[in-house]
Design a protein around this ligand. Structure first.
Ligand SMILES: Cc1ncc(COP(=O)(O)O)c(C=O)c1O
Length: 390
């Protein structure tokens, strides 16, 4: 009998949770439009409202501060804009600062022109260089408009946690706006918009066991809001027009509740990840664990092995029945180098393998992973031995 496959790619997408699936199935059968005043409409509206409360609980904000959208990429395009309104008055943001290790959703800069975006360096562990941030903000001409920093809570490749609060304090000292991409931190770290010092948080449903194609922009208050990205029928209090994606919102809400409860699992997941890395070190003492010297997400391991290209390793794992991700990104049919590794000054040529765990994993899964790794590492060592002998 074929062995069940092992899925170790939660940072790409976490499998749909049962709670989310059943909330979605229930919502699918609701005939009403959330905007309608009749009983069917009210029922659909209650689903949106409950989900909004769940997402708000996850971030420690009132429900009115959550705007649903199609995902983190849309939330980024909504909030990364020069045009804001404070009540009725326009507020201009004239420069976007981002760290060099941001996800492309942030690096692309939303509605800012390319020459309005400044990319800030990170240290060898992948953490934002706070001195560079301070210098850049001090040099920013505030008469042209406010500065904005787009910074991730945790990196999707390495899991490295950014010094978000310290960065926010610097941004505030320079009267700037702080946007935190909390996509990878949600459900894996306690999340509080206030504690982080953020003006806005960006979330994605499918990273926490909800469906793909749903996310949220969470704001510190309703007073300061970016210009809408989708104008239309006034849904989401005018911040995002168009009939709500009721089914996905229902699933996202259920996943947000589960993510809050799942925070209690972090210690168990950290122990699994540490066991996995101990196994890697045992079998391959030359393994390079990226970001391991600093605070990382408990579920993420990102490693390189001399003599083993990440794409080759990813295919080899896949053939062993294990889904992992290669740090080298592949877009438009081209294999690219990981911009995260490059920014950290690591050997980006080699790439790295990302293993990302979730609540479903057990010790047995780690053992099976290490068995697969043994086969791949044995072939690597044989190839390296042959190369030395030749
Ligand atoms: C850190 C981070 N930000 C943003 C995104 C984009 O999320 P979405 O696919 O929901 O637009 C991702 C997805 O990989 C991510 O990992």
């Amino acid at each position: 009998m074929a062995r069940e496959r092992l899925y170790f790619d939660y940072n790409a997408t976490a499998p749909l949770l049962d709670e989310a699936r059943s909330a979605m199935v229930d919502a699918m059968d609701l005939p009403g439009n959330p905007s309608s005043v009749h009983a069917e409409g009210r029922k659909a509206r209650a689903v949106v409202s409950n989900a909004r409360q769940a997402v708000a609980r996850l971030c420690g904000v009132p429900a009115a501060q959550v705007v649903f959208c199609s995902g983190a990429t849309e939330a980024a395009n909504h909030v990364l804009t020069p045009d804001f309104r404070m009540g009725r008055s326009p507020v201009r943001v004239s420069r976007l600062f981002v760290s060099a290790v941001e996800h492309p959703a942030i690096l692309a800069g939303g509605r800012f022109a390319a020459d309005e975006i400044t990319v800030l360096p990170v240290d060898r562990d992948g953490r934002l260089d706070l001195e560079a941030l301070e210098e850049a903000l001090a040099a920013h001409d505030q008469t042209s408009g406010q500065a904005m920093l787009g910074l991730q809570l945790a990196n999707n490749e390495t899991g490295v946690i950014q010094p978000v609060r310290q960065a926010a304090d610097i941004v505030k000292a320079h009267h700037g706006l702080m946007v935190v991409d909390a996509v990878q931190g949600a459900g894996r770290l306690p999340l509080s918009l206030e504690v982080l010092g953020a003006d806005f948080l960006i979330l994605s449903g499918h990273k926490i066991g909800g469906p793909k194609g749903i996310g949220a922009l969470v704001s510190a208050g309703e007073i300061l809001m970016p210009a809408p990205l989708l104008r239309g029928g006034g849904q989401e209090k005018g911040h995002r027009g168009g009939t709500e994606n009721l089914v996905s919102i229902a699933g996202f809400g259920a996943a947000a509740d589960a993510a809050l409860e799942g925070l209690g699992e972090i210690g168990r997941i950290a122990a699994l990840r540490d066991g996995l890395e101990a196994g890697l070190r045992d079998q391959a003492p030359d393994v390079i664990l990226h970001g391991a010297a600093v605070d990382r997400l408990a579920n993420t391991s990102f490693f390189s092995l001399p003599g083993l290209k990440a794409e080759t390793a990813q295919i080899a794992f896949d053939m062993e029945g294990v889904a992992v991700s290669a740090g080298a990104a592949c877009s438009s049919g081209k294999i690219g180098l990981s911009h995260v590794l490059s920014a950290m000054g690591a050997d980006a040529d080699l790439g790295a393998i990302r293993v990302s765990l979730g609540s479903a994993h057990t010790e047995n899964d780690i053992e099976r992973f290490l068995e697969a790794f043994k086969a791949i590492n044995t072939r690597r060592l044989a190839r390296m031995g042959a190369a030395v002998a030749a």
